[in-house]
Design a protein around this ligand. Sequence first.
Ligand code: GLN
Length: 544
Amino acid sequence: MTKHIFVTGGVVSSLGKGLTSASIGMLLEQRGLKVKIQKLDPYINVDPGTMSPYQHGEVYVLDDGSETDLDLGHYERFTNSPLSRDSNYTTGQIYLSVIEKERRGEFLGKTVQVIPHITNEIKQCIKRLRDDDTDVVITEIGGTVGDIESQPFLEAIRQFSLDVGKENCLYIHLTLVPYLKAAAELKTKPTQHSVGQLREIGIQPDILICRCERTISREDREKIGLFCNVPLEAVIEEKDKDFSIYEVPLSLVEHGLDELIVRRLQLESSSTLDLDDWRELLHRMRNPSHEISIAVVGKYAEHKDAYKSIYEAIDHAGISNLAQIRIGRIQSEDVENEGPERLLSGYDGILIPGGFGERGIEGKVAAIRYARERNIPFFGICLGMQCAVIEYGRNVVGLTDAHSTEFDKDSPHPVICLLDEQKNIVEMGGTMRLGAQPAILESGTHCANLYGKTEVEERHRHRYEFNHVYRKQFAAHGMRFAGTSPDGKLVEIVELEDHPWFVAVQYHPEFKSKPTHSHPLFQGFIEAAVSRRVKEKQNASVSF
Ligand code: GLN
């Protein structure tokens, strides 16, 4: 019998519900349980695929090609929960499905309403994850309790316990317990109000997880428990972590959360947790042997979530290389205006992430030229690869004005062009080349060596590709096509032969990196950056 955990958030947004849900999933897995996680998002877009990274942060792509919320990245990094299309639903998707059913006449002439039709649809989305193999389904409800948009979701999860039995559902509410400097005390009132709102719609939370900057005293926890009708042991503190988000699961264990969940849901699980890997990871983070800096040059550099998985994957490779990494978030337009020398000197590696649209392209091209000419380790991802091809075309192959047709339809040298399969597509949502696709690697290349194999599967999200008309010309000038699609038609990886580490890929390796298993290409990139730093240090000491 599958059990259900619902995670809601109150008081303010950005409390880290995603991270907390992922941590809960991880703890339950470590206790030997099979877990699935999903997120229900209250906005009306059908998926985040068409949303601006400024609005929504990165779009996280799954193997099956669904374009999802970035919290699913936390789920994959923390757990082994299999994620698919069913792991992320939005209000838009729910309504779309109900309206399509209505058009097909499936409601037999009835008036279609939020209750029961929309709430039934939401419950279906949750039930899809139930199966004999799954002990616990964790459903995170996006947004904040009290938002108009999230009401149907809260109503649906309230009803859910009627369908599957109260004893099979657990409601966890994440709140904020702020510290007021002027009063020199923690304030519990916002939590009381938020729980009050939940209770008004018929949900009594079983567990409160209280985000705070300072330790909550026993008295304050008692007060919260009393006002919110929750026993003291279920008022759990989740204090801000100034060192790393990877401390969150360990601190939740210290406060007894896993034990409490297992007991409340009467789950048959092992009584101990194996957190050795996780502790080892934090130990490595605390004891680095190297310090390096990596420049990520992108269009959304100032937005902390726009390249979330890239930053995470860099950190993972830092952990495995015992390197503390300072990430410089550089606006590509600034590189355009101020020149690469001023903004990029001193970095041990340069990474250009994926993206869309023309703004900042010339800055990326300039940054790549700088990395190539100065032998600085370079890693290009998706648009980053396409820019590397443009740069090489213009400055090495001699194709003046080489460009991508995404930015210049009439380029005399369209070295990047629309994929054939994209030529007749007009709709924007969910129509790119998406999800896991195989690639064949040429042995002896950086990539094949790092992966340790010549067949890989990586996640994609693009419409444009290397224009194969130019392949021979580029190869003659030293660009190596280290990986292609199995039919050899699409270029997946380019490398440079006479450069210490210049690798660019058409796919998104960042989506498959985990804190305990750094992605091989990020691993290699950071290793190359570390060796460059070590050599520079040696050179500096020789010259003294
Ligand atoms: N805009 C490019 C394309 O559509 C790159 C996409 C990306 O970086 N995700 O092919």
